[in-house]
Design a protein around this ligand. Structure first.
Ligand SMILES: C[S@@+](CC[C@H](N)C(=O)[O-])C[C@H]1O[C@@H](n2cnc3c(N)ncnc32)[C@H](O)[C@@H]1O
Length: 270
């Protein structure tokens, strides 16, 4: 796979691996069987490293679980919703949530990623793949209007520039009568130092924006309202389900200033 995906597209792989390893815990956080199957096909030796220490990616699984929980509660109240799952990577959210047939779900990522999805994940009714950069406004023209929208962008926003994030959010708010927007962001320091981040360097990727107060993004559109934030590195579910050695590492990391909030998972509505 490493030869087919380039730059930021490769960042889907550590998140998928974290979800695959989570599924092998006796009491997983996400319990995503698709992640394990797809990861095995992508990289048959993905679990060669010591299982214990490789579970350090579990915080990313907590993030996925938070987005899933918010999405489920929105879809329970909006049976006619349209879902925009942006920068979907190889995430199996649509299969995990398994929305009713009254919901139309769109998974969007770069064409190379969508091509991999088509190879590794099954099609389903009321489910459409869009191979496009999220920054190309043309894809939004393909989405049916007049229905409530759920926009989920997990692990995507930091890879966009601030003007692109602003355009995306305001375009979505402007295009639908009501909706929920779920994103995660990094703080300004993480953006500024991302060029030295060893993982990002390995993939040839960088962050292009950061926000110290993501709730303030609601000011970008008069109809947008900040709702709340979900915990990640200090979340009760991580502390309850992660193996003891991993919990200890996260507890120590959380003592470092800024670390606990190095990713913020936030929800808006309009
Ligand atoms: C860290 S991965 C997260 C993948 C997935 N959301 C998950 O949580 O497993 C970031 C994803 O965003 C996608 N991405 C980054 N910039 C993008 C853009 N401009 N348009 C569409 N997708 C983009 C990448 O290709 C990659 O799949």
């Amino acid at each position: 796979m490493e030869t087919e995906l380039v730059g930021v597209q490769k960042t889907l792989s550590p998140v998928l691996k974290a979800k695959a390893l989570d599924n092998r815990l006796p009491d997983p956080i996400l319990g995503d069987e698709y992640a394990e199957q797809v990861m095995r096909r992508l990289d048959p030796g993905y679990d060669k490293r010591r299982f214990g220490s490789s579970q350090l990616g579990l915080a990313a699984v907590v993030r996925a679980r938070a987005h899933d929980d918010w999405a489920r509660s929105f879809l329970a109240d909006h049976l006619d919703a349209v879902v925009l799952h942006l920068g979907c990577g190889l995430d199996a959210r649509v299969y995990r949530i398994d929305p009713s047939a009254t919901v139309d779900w769109y998974d969007l990522d770069y064409p190379a990623v969508i091509e991999l999805r088509q190879r590794f994940l099954p099609p389903r009714e009321h489910y459409t793949l869009i191979g496009s950069s999220v920054t190309d406004p043309a894809w939004l023209e393909r989405i049916p209007r007049g229905r409530p929208v759920l926009m989920i962008a997990e692990g995507l926003v930091p890879y966009l520039t601030e003007p692109d994030v602003r355009r995306l959010l305001t375009n979505v708010v402007g295009a639908f009568p009501a909706g929920q927007i779920q994103i995660d962001t990094v703080p300004v320091w993480a953006w500024r130092t991302s060029r030295w981040d060893p993982t990002l360097r390995r993939y040839g990727a960088r962050f292009h924006c950061g926000f110290d107060n993501p709730a303030a993004l609601a000011e970008w559109h008069p109809g947008l309202e900040y709702v709340d934030e979900a915990p990640m590195y200090d979340s009760p579910i991580l502390m309850a389900k992660a193996p003891a050695n991993i919990r200890r590492v996260y507890r120590l990391m959380n003592l470092l200033p800024g670390m606990k909030q190095s990713t913020r998972i936030v929800r808006f509505r309009f």
